[in-house]
Design a protein around this ligand. Sequence first.
Ligand code: FUB
Ligand code: ZN
Length: 632
Amino acid sequence: MYPFALTTTEARSPHARWHKLPLESVRLTGGFWASRQDINRRVTIPHGLEMLERVGTLDNFRIAAGLKDGEYRGKMVFLDSDVYKWLEAVAYELQANPDPALQQQADEVIDLVAAAQQPDGYLNTYYQLKEPDARWTDLDFGHELYCAGHLFEAAVAYARATGTKKLLEVATRFADLLVDVFGSGKNQGTSGHEEVELALVKLYRATGNAAYLDLAKTFIDRRGKGVMRGLGWMKAEYHQDRVPVREQDRVEGHAVRAMYLNAGVADLYLETGEEALLQSLERQWQDMTRGKLFLTGGLGSRYEGEGFGDPYELPSDQCYCETCAAIGSVFWNWRMLQITGEARFADLIERALYNGVLSGVSLDGSEFFYMNPLLSRGGYARKPWYTVACCPPNLMRLFASLPQYFVSYDRGGLQVHLYGSGTVHLPQDGGQGIALSMQSDYPWDGRVTLTVDQANGSVWELRLRKPGWCERFTVRVNDEPVEAPRLDAGYIVLERAWQPGDEVALEFGIEPYFVEAHPRVDAVRDSVAIQYGPVVYCIEAVDHPDVNLLDIRIDPSAELRATRRGDVVSENVIVIEATAQVEDPSAWDGALYRRVGNHSTRLTPVPLTAIPYYAWANRGANAMRVWIPIAR
Ligand code: FUB
Ligand code: ZN
């Protein structure tokens, strides 16, 4: 007899150790991420609809449906996916907070999507309007299957949120066509941009139709023949087509593609338990985290091919770090966490969320970054939208679904992965279920209080992630210290017959600290960065008038002072202050190089003000750096 029954549809995957809770069961009620969710809901999602209208992406559906005259608008072939990601974001919002006006807007968009679908189920406004005879002729770059995948994800989310099936019917009609074309072997291809794989698994879970799971497997199995056209210097590896998935030992090629594929492969493992898939994912994870991951959780070292580079190739200025790649990493790591129950995956989710994902949107929620460099010389600014607008709606759907990444459950209890203020309610058949609330000002404050609000009398385990960055922590249960609590795979494990009113008080030692990179990371050798808990910091020119940021040096034994301030960026955040040095370049007399010798270096103290990296470029375009050279 287990204390928790697996009642949610999310809990079906047979090889998941931990399961997602439905969105209505987890709520962020305050603190850091609740305010980001609020901005997402109030500003970013409405802004998204406005932009989709303004740039003509919605018109493409009207034109394809015959409701309007005109030509395909926009330069890219994959613009339909922006609409689907926006719908998916709205679905998550509606699931958590029913809102008839928002639902009405989404229903109107769904009507357009449905009207644009062709009688045989095909749906892609680019091909319908621009190249009607060229369906499936360019799987490497045509993005038809990528767009289909985003449609499927939106449809599953919308049906679950609202109970209305119109979009799901559009999706299954299209998916049935894919099964007919690709599953039957009539077309032996697979998609140049992965996405359809993970989406087909979602569609399988939502409908129970095993043909969709089979097709996801087929698409995955077909990779690695080395036949896809590459891009620039990248050959088939650009599309993860160099080696078969089960033989892959590194992350390579286009970073977003690689993350989406790995999320799909992890989904396939969750359903099939095929060991070779998990082994390949583990090898790739090691390759990524040991040499290809930016401090911010960003991915993609090169502009060309928006791709991974060589191990340790992590340039601060020329990196790509597309917002979607960091988001894709969250998707993949979430699945790895569900499979393994190991905190290292949640640590990486946390690193990405607070840094390389969040930097992708302005503090007011209306402007975006596509690339997220760790050094800017000043010319790089956020934009309200992009010609390639994949990142903004990706942020919208991630933030709208964020509570699901905070807590999971299994038959034996609940696991808390991320901290903040919120509530969890796990309904039980025939009982009142389990309810828990959490209060915390994390990441600014390391104290977290969890209170059991409802219990069912059974013994169950509460697992609490010990963040990877944290070196000391304390746990108290009902005011009693828990000495040497059991730790398992990075989680503090507390087991008891929890009673209403029981309280767990965690305290993670949180303070500012310096970070250094592996010495092979040439780009930032002899430099340090500043972190506060999971938050990576940067310095911005606007806070250091009359100083060129390239001249700033710091002694890593300098005292770092953390102060909560609302007068630096537009929000009340922890700002880190220290005394740094400015190196006077005048001794070089304009020379670019000189013979190494007995030159004197003049260093002058300067007050340093570091802000959270995610908050940069909110005061105009501005020079910025994360890594600061050590004072010699
Ligand atoms: O190709 C679709 C999306 O556009 C990719 O994921 C991004 O990198 C951008 O190129
Ligand atoms: Zn993107």
